[in-house]
Each structure stands twice: as C-alpha cells, then as structure tokens.
Write a protein that binds this ligand. Sequence first.
Ligand code: NAD
Ligand code: MG
Ligand code: MG
Ligand code: MG
Ligand code: MG
Length: 340
Amino acid sequence: MAELFYDDDADLSVIQQKKVAVIGYGSQGHAHSLNLRDSGVDVTVGLREGSASRAKAEDQGLKVASVADAVRDADVVVILAPDQVQRLVYADEIAPNLKEGAALVFGHGFNIRFGYIKPEAGHDVFMVAPKGPGHLVRREYADGRGVPVLVAVEQDASGHAWETALSYAKAIGGLRAAGIKTTFTEETETDLFGEQSVLCGGASQLVQYGFETLTEAGYQPEIAYFEVLHELKLIVDLMVEGGIAKQRWSVSDTAEYGDYVSGPRVIDPHVKDNMKAVLEDIQNGKFAERFIADQDAGAPEFKELRAKGEQHPIEATGRELRKMFAWIKPTDTDYTEGSV
Ligand code: NAD
Ligand code: MG
Ligand code: MG
Ligand code: MG
Ligand code: MG
C-alpha cells in the first residue's frame, strides 16, 4: 500500500519561513505561485526578460524578478519552466546563482530522471507533482479543496528535505486531498507512460479512429462527434467517481454488454504489446532523447505533428458544434481554438 500524507502530517510554518522562487508562470507555475502566496509564503516569480507572463503575474499582485535575481534570494527554487528548457535555464541562470543549501523543487521528474540536470550534492532535491492540470490546481485551492500530489525526495542534503517537501505540498493545497510517496523514477516513467498510452496519445487516437470509422461509413460528422468525443467526458466522470464498475452500472445493459464483447476486439492484446514497447522506450531514455533532440533543433517534428493533428476533420466539426453549447465553459483563458 502506498504511503499517504495529509494536512496533519505537514507543518506549514516550514515553508512559510523560507523565500521561494517559482521559475515559470505557465500552467503549473501560476497555480503554485498563487497557492503559496495565499498560504502565507514569500514568493517571487522568476521570468525571462520580455516574458509574456510578467504582466499576468504582476496583475495577480505577485513579485516578479529575473530568473537570476529570484534565485539569488531564494531558499527554495521551484523549476516550472517547460521540461525541454529546464536544463538550459538551470545551467545558465539557476546553478550560477543558487544559494548554498538552497532546495530545488520539480513538478515532474523528467530532467532529474534522464540526467539533464545534475544538482550539486549540497542541495535538497524534491518533487511535488500535482496529478492534474495547473488550472485545476489553482481552482481547487481557491474553492478550499486540493488536487492530489506525488511527493518524492531525490536528494536529502539537509536531513529535512521531507519536512520541506510536505510543507510545500500542504501550501499548494495538495495535502487537502492527499500526498502519495513516490520516487523521481517512478513518477517520471509512469507519468510519461500514462500520457502517451492512455490519457493523451491513446485517447486521442481512439477518438480519431472512431470518428473516421463513422464518417467514412457515411454517417454525419456532427453525430459522430457527439458519439465518440463529446460523450467521452460523461463516461470518464463516472469512472473517476466509481471506477469502470460505476460506468458499467450507469449505462444501459445494451451498452454494458457491448463493452464486454467489443472492447477487447477494438483494444486487442496487440495494444498491450504496443504499450509495453512504449514503456520500454520511456525506461531506456529513447523517448526523452528524441523529444529533446527535436526541441533543440527548433521542434520541427513537434510542430509538424501539432499542425497535422489540428487539421483532422474532427476539429473543424467540433469548433462549429461547440458554438451551440453555451454551457461548455473553458476553464482556462489562454487557449484560443484553432490557434496552431
Ligand atoms: P507551461 O508550458 O505551461 O509553462 C511554462 C512557463 O515557463 C511559461 O509560461 C513561461 O512563463 C516559462 N518559461 C518558458 N521558457 C522559459 C525560459 N527559457 N526561462 C524561464 N522561464 C521560461 O509549463 P507547464 O505545463 O506548467 O509545465 C511545467 C512543469 O510542470 C513541467 O515540468 C511539467 O512536466 C510539470 N507538470 C505540468 C502539468 C500541467 O498541468 N501542465 C502537470 C503536472 C506536472
Ligand atoms: Mg502544453
Ligand atoms: Mg506529464
Ligand atoms: Mg449512446
Ligand atoms: Mg447498467
């Protein structure tokens, strides 16, 4: 059984006595910064010169500084820049300015697991990784709740890394839900596997194939959209509330029987073999290498794939249909439809 932590297991005053620099003000960065601030923690957001996020952070009443200045002052440095730039920011602006004994915090273990960042021995290195998108991390906190977090300590130089990590997790609201103890390796490998095989990669491909199959058979794209994309949320909500069993309980017996007989025809044992191959490429570092090499070259593969995905006919159908749904309110304000 996993080791769990709740609010009572952490002392908020530990992080309240430290100066925290949050590097990056994107999905996770804005949520961590605002939640820390509202928990009475001294936070400075560290941003690049000319960063588009500067105005946003300042509008929220946060202190903003250059990355170097924020780091110079900080006892705790939280690295929430995109994974592919973290090692560059670390080498250029964080490491040269890091105070002796300052702690390093990550929201995902990628750069430590794959060796792109190798902190010196004198620093605590820990992770507090919310199991949800940043916008939800902020919204839940503001509503008095929290998103569960994974907590790990990679390097305990001070002998107090766990206390600091749990205090930090409490300050962003994570321990209102629960903290789950893990390692950088376990978090990184399972996170990449989950998003690639099931949550992002698997689900996107499943929806696209479903849409293609129906429209190629002559059914109306609007009907296909509802069947394979829109209703997915209702099904997933039931799973989150009560597992696959609750989903099956809620749907008709016809749907439940179809689930049993056709699910394994569509997602057959080959899919599991493919998943194992994907996991292997995560574990052996091939995925990380391919991602970073592409990013370093200006992301040609990434941009091409993104544009190709945006051109799939399901996106045009969805854009038109969603105009009719006054009740679907985007939870973030940064995303513009068709912006690729
Ligand atoms: P993001 O892309 O939303 O935002 C990154 C921010 O970093 C930008 O908004 C910008 O303010 C800043 N930035 C970009 N380039 C920079 C540079 N060169 N120097 C300094 N700052 C720079 O990133 P994100 O999705 O919040 O991811 C941050 C970390 O959190 C990653 O490690 C990611 O894996 C992890 N994480 C993200 C989520 C999520 O909900 N998106 C969930 C769990 C963990
Ligand atoms: Mg993104
Ligand atoms: Mg991830
Ligand atoms: Mg139906
Ligand atoms: Mg039923």
